[in-house]
Design a protein around this ligand. Sequence first.
Ligand SMILES: Cc1cc2nc3c(=O)[nH]c(=O)nc-3n(C[C@H](O)[C@H](O)[C@H](O)COP(=O)(O)O)c2cc1C
Length: 282
Amino acid sequence: MDAFQFYTDKKEPVGLGKEVEMMGKIWCVFFSPSGTTEKVMERIATNLSGSYDSGVKVWDLLRTPERQPDVIRPDDVLVIGIPVFSGRVPTPCLTQIKSLQGSHTPAIAVAVYGNRDYDDALLELQDLLEQQGFCTIGAAAFVAQHSIFTKVAAGRPDAADFEKIDQFSALCAERLKARQDTWKPIQIKGNRPYREILSVPIKPSANTTRCTTCGVCVRICPVHAIDSANPRKTDRSLCISCTACMTACPQNARSFPHLMLSVASKGFEKKCAQRREPEWFL
Ligand SMILES: Cc1cc2nc3c(=O)[nH]c(=O)nc-3n(C[C@H](O)[C@H](O)[C@H](O)COP(=O)(O)O)c2cc1C
């Protein structure tokens, strides 16, 4: 059962032969508060489909949280990416991931992390997918700029990362092209029980001069921590510090408290200074 072409640009399929017929659809599902996971996922989905705009069904779990994809068919492919939060899959995505249903449907699992560690996040994502009837044929952890400590892995994913992302996409395309009965459960790094989720104590707040109370942050917050009647007020007990509100704010009015961040940054930047490289499991 031949399936997927691999494209290195948007026109010509490379490596697996032009004669190979596309089988099903590519589903690209991601949660990406500060945008780096989306970049990685868009590249993988484009590599596999040839055209992100016309060849891929996208579900952005943050911006269109309610949108359920149509039925994912066994001959489709799910490409799913999450950022690593506290070494785990971010909690706001759990219900949405559990709403996806496969039937021995191939899935490619991706964790994007800020150069500290991805701990148990990729394994947890694989477990969630297998529970929902997907068969994880490839999984990878890629590095991106840390969304809280932005000097860590600044500017990543960079050109070298994208080269690795393309290599990984090509290897996944080879696996998808192989017969289904050769797909075996893959062994992914991580531990069960998973690491305990630790809440980040630094929470973003609004600069009252810049904030126009437009409500963009209220609508994007995945845990509804920002008061719709007064968007300058954030419920710290709900906030998970995901940075979605900071990224979305058109006035650049939301930020982490400068002093707290600079104190916490010092040790963290030192600890995470050494460049980590992408890893994958096939
Ligand atoms: C609340 C929170 C917790 C995080 N925990 C980790 C972590 O455990 N390990 C790590 O390397 N990076 C961690 N990061 C960094 C993100 O995984 C990384 O910046 C990722 O690229 C963010 O993805 P996004 O741009 O799609 O939001 C964390 C970021 C946030 C906001």
